[in-house]
Design a protein. Structure first.
Length: 427
C-alpha cells in the first residue's frame, strides 16, 4: 500500500528543522507529531524511519542528491526505510532518480563516504581502531538498533516473560551477556502491555545492563548512582540489591530524575532515593563522603556509542566539545570518588567509543589518586558469571557485541592502612 504523497511534504518539513541540529532529533520529531495529530501510526512510522535513514546516511545522500534539496534527501530516506514501491505522487524525474540511487552498490563507495561520519570523528576512529575496523564499526553504527529489555527480577522470571511476550505476539530472545536481558527485533508498543505496566520489564540496552552488574552491589549496602539520569541503571541496581539497603540516585537535572519516579513506582523498588545535586561538589555529596560501599559514575559523554539509536549525535557533536567533556568527566570522577569508603568500589563508565573519554580519564585519575587501584574487569565479569572476553577494562562494541558502545573501569579504594602504633601493639 502506497503512502499518501503529502507525507513526503511532512517529512521535508520536519527534516529541515532537524538538520539545523538545535535539538535532539527524537525531541523534534515528538513535538512535530504532537503538532500534527492527524498523522496516523503508519505515516508517523514512515516519517521517523525516513529521518533516521537521512541522519545515518547523510554523507552519501548529500553527495548523490546533486545539491542537497530536502525533497531529494527525503526521497532517498523513504526509499531506504520503507521501499521505493511505497512512494506515491512522484514525478517521472523523481522516480528515475530513486531507481538510479537504489542501483548503486554502496560497498564500492570510497571509505569516507561509506562510513557516513563527520571527518573529525572518522579520523579519530581510524587513529584508534584502524581503517578496516572503523569500516566494520561504522557499518553497524549506521543500522537501526534492536530493542533490548531487562526483566525485573523482583517481579518476573526471564523464561516466563518470553512466554508471555509470545502471546502478544512479540518474539524475544535472551541476550548473550546480560543475565536478565531480552532482545526484540521489531518495535512493539510496549507501554500497552500488562508486563510493562506492572513493572516486569524495562527498556534497557544490554551493555547498560552489564554495567549495572559490574558494580556488584549487595543486599543492605549503601550505593550511589552518581549520574542517574532517568534511572535505567538505578532500577537495575535496586533489583540486584533485592530492594534492601539505600540506593541514592544523584543527578543535576530535576527533569531527568522526574522521569525516574513513575519507573520506580512500576518497579516496586522502595530503596531508591532520588537526589537533585547542583554539581559534583554539592554539600549533599560531601555529607556522604567515605560512607558509600559502591559508586557508579556513568559520566556525561559524547554519546558516540549510541549512534545506532541517536544518529543525529554525530552531526550535532562538535570536535571542540570533546575537550570540555573530558575536563568535566575528570572532575565528576574525582568528586564521586570521595564518597567511596575504604575497600569500596567505584565504577567509571561512558557510552563513548573514544579513548580520550575512557582510558585516558581512568589513567589520569589513578595517577592523582594513589588510594585507588584498577581491578581487572575480566575478574569482575567472572565473579558475575558473565561470559565476556575482556582485559583490564570493559569495551563493548556494536560490531563485536551487538550492544551500544560502552566503556567501564572498575576501581577500588584500598583498605585503610593500620596506624603504626596499632601494628607495634600486635607485634
Amino acid at each position: 500500500m502506497r503512502l499518501p504523497p503529502a507525507i513526503l511534504g511532512n517529512a521535508e518539513e520536519v527534516l529541515r528543522e532537524i538538520l539545523r541540529f538545535t535539538a535532539p532529533a527524537d525531541v523534534t520529531l515528538s513535538r512535530y507529531f504532537k503538532d500534527h495529530p492527524r498523522l496516523g501510526g503508519r505515516e508517523r512510522g514512515a516519517i521517523a524511519e525516513c529521518i533516521y535513514a537521512v541522519l545515518r546516511n547523510k554523507t552519501f545522500y548529500t553527495d548523490f542528491a546533486g545539491g542537497a534539496t530536502m525533497r531529494r534527501l527525503v526521497l532517498m530516506g523513504m526509499a531506504d526505510a520503507i521501499g521505493a514501491e511505497s512512494l506515491g505522487g512522484l514525478t517521472e524525474e523523481e522516480t528515475a532518480f530513486v531507481a538510479r540511487i537504489q542501483e548503486i552498490d554502496r560497498s564500492l563507495l570510497p571509505p569516507r563516504q561509506r562510513a557516513n561520519l563527520p571527518d573529525w570523528l572518522y579520523e579519530k576512529f581510524v587513529a584508534q581502531y584502524g581503517e578496516e575496523e572503523t569500516q566494520q564499526l561504522a557499518a553497524v553504527l549506521n543500522t537501526p538498533a534492536p530493542l533490548d529489555l531487562r526483566v525485573n527480577s523482583l517481579k518476573a522470571d526471564r523464561d516466563k516473560v518470553i512466554e508471555e511476550l509470545a502471546t502478544a505476539p512479540i518474539k524475544a530472545e535472551p541476550t548473550p551477556y546480560a543475565p536478565l536481558g531480552l532482545r526484540v527485533w521489531k518495535k512493539p508498543a510496549l507501554q500497552n502491555l500488562p508486563l510493562f505496566k506492572e513493572g516486569a520489564i524495562e527498556v534497557q540496552d544490554e551493555g547498560s545492563q552489564v554495567l549495572a552488574q559490574l558494580l556488584g552491589a549487595r543486599r543492605g549496602e549503601m550505593v550511589v548512582d552518581f549520574c542517574a539520569g532517568a534511572g535505567g541503571k538505578t532500577l537495575a541496581i535496586g533489583a540486584i540489591m533485592r530492594n534492601t539497603g539505600r540506593l541514592y540516585a544523584f543527578d543535576v537535572s530535576e527533569k531527568r530524575l522526574a522521569k525516574l519516579k513513575p519507573r520506580m513506582a512500576r518497579s516496586g523498588l522502595s530503596n531508591v532515593h532520588p537526589v537533585v545535586i547542583a554539581h559534583e561538589r554539592d554539600a549533599k555529596v560531601k555529607r556522604l563522603a567515605g560512607k558509600i560501599d559502591r559508586v557508579l559514575v556513568d559520566a556525561p559523554c559524547s554519546g558516540m556509542g549510541t549512534l545506532r539509536r541517536n544518529p543525529d549525535v554525530k552531526w550535532r557533536q562538535q570536535e571542540g566539545a570533546i575537550a570540555e567533556m573530558t575536563e568535566k568527566q575528570a572532575s565528576i570522577l574525582d568528586g564521586a570518588s570521595r564518597l567511596v569508603k575504604f575497600g569500596g568500589r567505584l565504577v567509571y563508565a561512558t557510552c563513548s567509543l573514544l579513548d580520550e573519554e575512557n582510558d585516558a580519564i581512568v589513567q589520569g585519575f589513578l595517577a592523582t589518586h594513589p588510594d585507588f587501584e584498577l581491578v581487572p574487569v575480566s575478574k569482575v565479569l567472572a565473579e558475575q558469571r558473565i561470559a565476556l572476553e575482556m582485559g583490564d577494562t570493559l569495551k563493548m562494541l556494536p560490531h563485536k557485541h551487538g550492544t551500544d558502545g560502552f566503556f567501564a573501569a572498575v576501581l577500588e579504594r584500598k583498605a585503610a592502612a593500620k596506624p603504626a602504633a596499632a601494628e607495634a601493639d600486635e607485634e
